[in-house]
Design a protein around this ligand. Structure first.
Ligand code: ZN
Length: 79
């Protein structure tokens, strides 16, 4: 499955979209976000989040910070 996304790094098209789970922060502040779109370039091997994705992650983390801390890190769903 070839995409039309252009790699920011090498300029080739065909960047793949992968959905990953990643935790952010540490200790009581850990937030696990599920289904984050990660762009992976098969040409140069670079993988990165887009600016939009980073913004959304930040928003989700802020939302999490507003909730009462529980013993377990919650898993948030992207999108
Ligand atoms: Zn690339």
């Amino acid at each position: 499955m070839k995409s039309k996304i252009t790699c920011d790094c090498c300029g080739e098209t065909g960047v793949m979209l992968k959905h990953i789970t990643r935790s952010f922060g540490k200790g009581d502040q850990v937030v696990v976000i599920d289904g984050i779109p990660l762009q992976v370039c098969p040409h140069c091997g670079e993988s990165y989040f887009t600016a939009d994705t980073l913004q959304e992650i930040e928003r989700l983390r802020m939302h999490r910070a507003g909730l009462t801390a529980r013993s377990m890190a919650p898993v948030l769903s992207y999108a």
